[in-house]
Design a protein around this ligand. Structure first.
Ligand SMILES: CC(C)(COP(=O)(O)OP(=O)(O)OC[C@H]1O[C@@H](n2cnc3c(N)ncnc32)[C@H](O)[C@@H]1OP(=O)(O)O)[C@@H](O)C(=O)NCCC(=O)NCCS
Length: 173
């Protein structure tokens, strides 16, 4: 028994996670298109974070899921975050409309994981850039900046001013 715990500590301290025995690996989420079975969990996360993402009604989530426009992060069978988007038909812009992680899993790289999953989806759909708007006083501005988005404008919103952020995907614009 003692040998096993010593072994665990050595692996935990010295080895990259991918090389650890399965039982010692940190859990990480999978990122996939949302299905109808995810709708209630997405709604619950949106409702719990209404101050940051605004009110999103259930009918809109149902529509987004039906149109394949939500990617979810699923950890141990539970939805812990989502990103909603639209691959615009009129040009090669992808619009990110909402991104939200459950409070309990923030700061663990899952937001980056969601953006990365969206980025990969954009590549496979030949999109040239991702665009989003974020209220100027939101903490999320630093997140976008950190991930390589460029602030391209600031404009008036319904209540507060909005920063407009873009991330280049393919340089053929
Ligand atoms: C914004 C949000 C999606 C970020 O997700 P997250 O999982 O907490 O972020 P991550 O852990 O993936 O962070 C990725 C990187 O961004 C950095 N980062 C994240 N939030 C940051 C912040 N507020 N300020 C500065 N850096 C930040 C992290 O340090 C990390 O850097 P690293 O990879 O170099 O260590 C999440 O905080 C959230 O759901 N917020 C509430 C909803 C919201 O505000 N949505 C956006 C509305 S416009």
């Amino acid at each position: 028994m003692e040998k096993t715990s010593g072994y665990a500590i050595i692996w935990a301290v010295n080895c990259p996670d991918r090389n650890r025995p399965t039982m010692l690996r940190k859990a990480s989420p999978t990122y996939s298109r949302a299905t109808s079975g995810h709708i209630s969990a997405i709604k619950a996360i949106a409702d719990a974070n209404r101050d940051e993402v605004g009110f999103i009604n259930r009918a809109r989530i149902v529509q987004l899921v039906e149109e394949n426009r939500i990617i979810v992060a699923v950890l141990k069978g539970k939805v812990v975050g989502f990103v909603a988007f639209r691959h615009r038909k009129t040009d090669t812009q992808t619009t990110l409309s909402e991104i939200c992680l459950d409070q309990s899993v923030r700061g663990l790289g899952y937001g980056r994981g969601l953006i990365n999953a969206l980025y990969q989806d954009c590549i496979s759909h030949c999109r040239t850039y991702i665009r989003l708007k974020c209220t100027v006083d939101s903490d999320a501005n630093s997140f976008y900046d950190h991930l390589g988005f460029q602030k391209v404008a600031t404009e008036a919103g319904k209540v507060r001013r909005l920063n407009v952020w873009e991330l280049v995907v393919l340089k053929i614009r």
